[in-house]
Design a protein around this ligand. Structure first.
Ligand SMILES: Nc1nc2c(c(=O)[nH]1)N[C@H]1C(S)=C(S)[C@@H](COP(=O)(O)OP(=O)(O)OC[C@H]3O[C@@H](n4cnc5c(=O)[nH]c(N)nc54)[C@H](O)[C@@H]3O)O[C@H]1N2
Ligand SMILES: Nc1nc2c(c(=O)[nH]1)N[C@H]1C(S)=C(S)[C@@H](COP(=O)(O)OP(=O)(O)OC[C@H]3O[C@@H](n4cnc5c(=O)[nH]c(N)nc54)[C@H](O)[C@@H]3O)O[C@H]1N2
Ligand SMILES: [Mo]
Length: 677
């Protein structure tokens, strides 16, 4: 018996990007633990990833290629050899490409966040082919664009500095569920006397543990932020020197904010005036004050404006002067990734294929060829994503995937809702079986993932599958021969010490402790842009404003309740839903309702309810709970459709409309009605 440990990285779409230590006995991984030497991981993992071996050795793992034998969606497949599968796929793709390669659509997201198993070899393949581009907007596009237009990039405080803050505003984030290692730092600050405020329509696990919870209506964050500015101005809790030296558009913003007295915002947000006044006082008078902004608030029509409004606050009070002051939404802009070297856009050789937005895949799969749209989508290659479960308005998505004239290949670990619609399912390796290299959006370390075990069964890494397809397509550029370790080395070139990554598993970027203490915002003006000329040039309001939801409560008497669908603690989007021990903790798909709303409809906990709107309907169990505020129901996601009561999930109800910035999704801008079954 031979025991060894291997250093890796958690691949999942989570700000924490943990450093992993996998214990291997002979050829089997027996345990995955958090690396105690990595300060952000601090030796601790979330429940999900501490069960990673359960996922890797899951009895339902797909371990050989499968070919469809039944109708699309029926989930009936037969085993097929790799050569036969790859030959047939290449022939089909060549056939479509001969007409127009843009009719071939890649669809991927962050099943793994790895730079190599993500778009490393895949992008080379699709660029060489001239396939359509995919706008990867489904998560962070609105907030990301808002940060770029305000601060100049996806940049912010160093997460470790939150431990020293005296006020922490957790804004649109259920950190205990989705950012556990940040929560540890917030706890440390709390023990040292910091005040914790949570801003969230749902009384989340995180809200329970904060001093104050502001349960605003979904999509009203900009109104709240503008009212905070109003109070900062009228009480003169401003850092005039910082504003003068390092911001742009102050006079205009001042005028805008003065239109938002707390009474007006209280009305819009559905919260007591006093809460707004108190938060403004705390924010204006506590130093250092830090905001942990997260993506919850941007999944509505005005999500970009909301993030911009919040991102203006630290500059107004000069919070950036201190390393424990400022704001963090995403740190991903700090990493010097050599994307062109990895993904090789030069292989497009001047072609400019059309771009499809992943959020509207439902509509786009159903579109006919037209001069505006280009060719009908004829082939779809899905990897690292489960669109049938996670994309909005799934009734339309399913209809698109059902098309008999669509050729679909899915690279997966499991037979997900999406894989059910595949013509071929190709078995992919998990993080324990392949190389990868990772950035993070919640801290500033690079992590290397070394394979701990050989690929299980006949599974192959995404990179390997795209290399094999490239060979069959006749792509003979030398870059298609790069192995995964070479791709890992390519990602950062010499800007990271690869030997250090090999030896310890992670490397910390050399960055200043307080990024904007002396201004230096990487915007066009070099300032924090309250007013954005770039946005104004696009025909947008150059100043942040409150944009009411597309589906504002009260606007549709048939559907009076707002529904949000934030992630469940024990799932990672739709990943892990099929890991039984984790599914057992979550129980079953639930809709949390406030007692008033439940009572008005004769609904009690445990009742089966029909949740519906003009887009569709979905059945699940009701849970009458103080976690829901009046007028808002919470459908925790993202369940596999086939594990739900009637083979659907919350996305049956969400819409394909897009946010004000970044063309992102509006999952939390959704009106419904609920009735007892
Ligand atoms: N356990 C777990 N962790 C995850 C994920 C998961 O599925 N499970 N998903 C990962 C992914 S992909 C992402 S993008 C991140 C997401 O990370 P976060 O953006 O932190 O997302 P959540 O934890 O869902 O927090 C969103 C919170 O915003 C609240 N919210 C909804 N609408 C509004 C609103 O209009 N305003 C405000 N202020 N709050 C609102 C929700 O009730 C929820 O509590 O988490 C990652 N981590
Ligand atoms: N209603 C509602 N819908 C939402 C959200 C919400 O809050 N509410 N959140 C949205 C957000 S923030 C996001 S980020 C998206 C997430 O959407 P996705 O990125 O699609 O995330 P997952 O559902 O986790 O699906 C990832 C899939 O990739 C597979 N996978 C993992 N690693 C590998 C690999 O190495 N190779 C291959 N081939 N496959 C792999 C997993 O098995 C899994 O099935 O969902 C969005 N959808
Ligand atoms: Mo996400």
């Amino acid at each position: 018996m031979q025991e060894r440990t291997v250093r890796g990285a958690c691949p999942h779409d989570c700000p924490d990007t943990c450093s992993l230590i996998t214990t291997v006995i002979d050829t089997k991984a027996v345990r995955v633990a958090g690396n105690p030497a990595h300060r952000h991981t601090d030796g601790a993992l979330c429940t999900k990833v501490s069960r990673y071996t359960e996922r890797t050795y899951h009895p339902e793992r797909i371990l050989h290629p499968l070919r469809r034998v039944g109708p699309k969606g029926s989930g009936q497949f037969e085993p097929v050899g790799w050569d036969e599968a790859l030959d047939d796929i290449a022939a089909r793709l060549k056939d479509v490409a001969a007409r127009d390669p843009q009719a071939i659509q890649p669809y991927s997201y962050a099943g793994t966040m790895g730079l190599v198993q993500g778009e490393g070899m895949a992008a080379r393949f699709f660029n060489r082919l001239g396939a359509a581009h995919l706008d990867r907007t489904i998560c962070a596009a609105a907030g990301g664009e808002a940060l770029v237009q305000t601060l100049g990039g996806k940049l912010g405080m160093k997460v470790e500095c939150f431990a020293e803050a005296k006020l922490i505003v957790i804004w649109g984030s259920n950190s205990i569920a989705s950012n556990l290692h940040f929560w540890r730092l917030a706890q440390q600050a709390k023990r040292d006397g910091a005040r914790l405020v949570c801003i969230d329509p749902r009384r989340s696990e995180t809200a329970d543990k904060c001093h104050e919870h502001i349960a605003l209506r979904p999509g009203t964050d900009a109104a709240l932020a503008l009212a905070l500015m109003h109070q900062l101005i009228t009480h003169d809790w401003l850092d005039h020197d910082y504003i003068a030296q390092h911001t742009l558009g102050w006079e205009a913003l001042r005028e805008r904010a003065l239109q938002w007295p707390p009474e007006r915002a209280a009305e819009v947000c559905g919260v007591p005036v006093q809460q707004i006044v108190d938060l403004a006082r705390a924010y204006g008078t506590t130093k250092p004050a830090a905001i942990r902004l997260n993506y919850g608030m941007q999944r509505v029509r005005g999500g970009g404006n909301a993030v911009r409004a919040v991102a203006c606050l630290p500059a107004l009070v000069g919070a950036w002067r201190h390393r424990a002051g400022g704001l963090l939404l995403s740190a991903s802009g700090h990493f010097p990734v050599r994307r062109a070297a990895l993904q090789r856009p030069d292989l497009l050789t001047g072609r400019t294929p059309r771009t499809i937005n992943m959020v509207t895949i439902g509509d786009d799969l159903l579109r006919e060829a037209s001069p505006d749209f280009g060719p009908k989508i004829e082939a779809l290659i899905v990897y690292n994503s489960n669109p049938v479960a996670v994309a909005p308005e799934s009734g339309r998505v399913v209809k698109g995937f059902e098309r008999e004239d669509l050729f679909t290949v899915v690279l997966e670990h499991f037979q997900t809702d999406t894989a059910d619609y595949a013509d071929y399912i190709l078995p992919a390796t998990t993080q324990l079986e392949h190389w990868d290299i990772h950035t993070s959006y919640g801290h500033t370390d690079v992590l290397l993932n070394q394979p701990a075990i050989a690929p299980l069964g006949q599974s192959r890494s995404n990179t390997d599958i795209f290399r094999a397809l490239a060979a069959r397509m006749g792509f003979d550029e030398p870059c298609f021969a790069d192995d995964d370790e070479t791709l890992c080395r390519t990602a950062f070139g010499t800007s990271i010490d690869f030997d250090q990554l090999l030896a310890q598993g992670f490397a910390t970027l050399p960055l200043p402790e307080a990024p904007f203490a002396q201004g230096g915002f990487p915007t066009a003006s070099g300032r924090c842009e309250f007013f954005s000329a770039a946005l104004a040039a696009q025909g947008q309001d150059g100043l942040p404003d409150h944009l009411p939801n597309f589906e504002t409560a009260g606007s549709d008497p048939r559907h009076p309740l707002a529904m949000i669908s934030p992630p469940a603690r024990n799932f990672l989007n739709s990943s892990f839903v099929n890991v039984k021990s984790l599914r057992d903790i979550e129980g079953e798909p639930l809709l949390e309702m406030h007692a008033e709303d439940a009572e008005a409809r004769g609904i009690q906990s445990g009742d089966t309810v029909r949740v519906f709107n003009g887009r569709g309907e979905y059945r699940c169990k009701a849970k009458v709970s103080a976690r829901a505020r009046p007028g808002v129901v919470n459908g925790l996601g993202i369940w596999w459709r086939k594990l739900g009561l009637d083979g659907t999930n919350v996305n049956q109800l969400t819409s394909q409309k897009l946010t004000d910035m970044g063309r992102g999704p509006v999952f939390y801008d959704c009106l419904v009605e609920v009735e007892k079954q």
